[in-house]
Design a protein around this ligand. Structure first.
Ligand SMILES: [Mn+2]
Length: 454
């Protein structure tokens, strides 16, 4: 038997990332592009290993975009087999999910085994009730099993499934099944340390005897092991973290059970198939880290950002035009220790600088800076706070230290520390905000008098 298929997962259709409409379209475009690949490569079927949709309750346009892709596959006579991921499941047991709706409309086969005492029952999928663990393709020579998202019960379900598969192995062989695929929406512990509670690699191992290709979804970072376990990752970028996993995409898999040597790569431990992970087209994400240490006032930070924009902006535009002519998402991460109060930064001014240089579809400047820790000057200083009577003096001294780190206030830090002390006293005395503001305005006017302007 010779066959080929495409394996995708985590397309997250309907995700309007950053509230940007064009990002909603991006997720659909990535899906459609892979659909187009499937049609051009004339594959025998397509597997969706969960999270076709970003959420359970989708809107009409998301459904329209999904059916647009699925309809093209239907017209090309390419069957689609899917399982539900954690994002696709319906809220209530009795209600129908959108994937079930698509199954009911004959756009796809949704594998959904009956679970008894935590054990998936190996019964053929039936159209009447849309339940069942497997479907046979290619004249019964290829069997696709599917197990939807099981959450905390995953490891237990896998043990049960292994036993069930062992029990029917002889029967499978007699029926002429030559290749077995299993789609599951789960991942391996440790691939992305943040995602916890997944089975370990050794939990999967017993299944290997019964399954030729394990099609996984759920973890958005791509990975593969031992020529049988594959996870393509997300097709569009669902979070900034994912942008560094550049080789995400889909698997194009060729099978030859009669003459596997023709296609297999022994160095990848392939046995009956050859699997290639291909990066799909998606919007570029540009992330830059900018250190802010030793920048003593906002203008110095703006200058550094301007320098980054001048250097990287034109370069990124050249690269992107060469590629797909998609304007990027730009994320700038400020980190280090800021020597002045972060609220003094003009966010929209910084965003405008980035917009001008990159012409991005979206820009975000994340402030991950830390405030300087205050350390009193000199060990055993007279104002160490142990003597309550010196607290006022200690406080004024701290104000003076902190305010002096911003060069705009440095020369008059003593005066400013008195202003801060007065502001605090006024607030404690419950003076009205307008009185406090008026006091601050007057002090600003006199202290900043012609010297500094902004
Ligand atoms: Mn997902």
């Amino acid at each position: 038997m010779r066959a080929s298929f495409i394996h995708i997962a985590d397309t997250h259709l309907g995700y309007e990332q950053y509230g940007v409409r064009e990002r909603f379209n991006d997720f659909s475009r990535a899906f459609w592009q892979i659909v187009q690949e499937a049609i051009e490569r004339r594959v025998d079927f397509l597997i969706i290993a969960g999270d076709l949709f970003n959420k359970r309750a989708i809107d009409a346009l998301t459904l329209a975009h999904a059916t647009e892709g699925l309809r093209r596959l239907q017209e090309a006579h390419i069957p689609v087999i899917a399982i539900e991921g954690n994002h696709d499941r319906s809220y209530y047991r009795d209600s129908i999910s959108w994937l079930q709706y698509l199954c009911y409309q004959n756009y796809l086969t949704l594998l959904n085994p009956i679970i008894q005492d935590g054990v998936p029952q190996i019964t053929p999928w039936q159209r009447e009730n849309m339940l069942g663990a497997y479907i046979d393709l290619l004249d019964g020579k290829l069997r696709v099993y599917g197990l939807h998202w099981q959450g905390a019960a995953t490891t237990h379900s896998m043990e049960g499934l292994t036993q069930s598969l062992h029990a029917i192995r002889v029967q499978e062989d007699e029926q002429g099944v030559a290749y077995r695929l299993l789609a599951m929406h789960t991942g391996i512990e440790g691939i992305v340390p943040r995602i916890q509670g997944l089975p370990t690699r050794s939990n999967f191992e017993p299944l290997r005897e019964y399954i030729d290709y394990l099609a996984l979804g759920h973890v958005h970072k791509p990975y593969e092991f031992d020529g049988w376990l594959y996870n393509p990752g997300s097709s569009e970028t669902c979070s900034a973290e994912e942008s560094s996993w550049d080789d995400r995409g889909y698997y194009y898999v060729e099978i030859d059970t009669d003459d596997p040597e023709r296609i297999i790569d022994l160095s990848k431990k392939e046995r009956k198939h050859h699997a290639q992970r291909i990066k799909n087209t998606r919007r570029p994400f540009l992330r830059y880290d900018m250190r802010v240490d030793a920048l003593t006032e906002p203008n110095l930070l703006y200058a550094r950002l301007e320098e980054l924009c001048r250097r990287e902006g034109p370069r990124s535009r050249e690269q992107e035009t060469e590629k797909h002519n998609m304007t990027p998402v730009v994320l700038i991460n400020l980190h280090g220790t800021l020597a002045f109060d972060a609220s003094a930064l003009d966010q929209s001014r910084m965003e405008d600088m980035v917009r001008h240089a990159f012409q991005p579809i979206f820009v975000r400047i994340d402030n991950h800076t830390s405030d300087p820790d205050y350390l009193a000057e000199g060990e055993g200083s007279e104002h160490d706070g142990r003597d309550r009577s010196t607290w006022h003096e200690l406080e004024r001294h701290i104000f003076e230290e902190l305010i002096g780190r911003d060069t705009r206030y440095l020369t008059q830090r003593e005066e400013w520390s008195h202003v801060l002390t007065s502001l605090k006293q006024m607030a404690l005395a419950k003076e009205t905000p307008s009185e406090i503001a008026q006091f601050l305005r007057a002090k600003r006017a006199s202290l900043f008098a012609p010297a500094v302007s902004e």
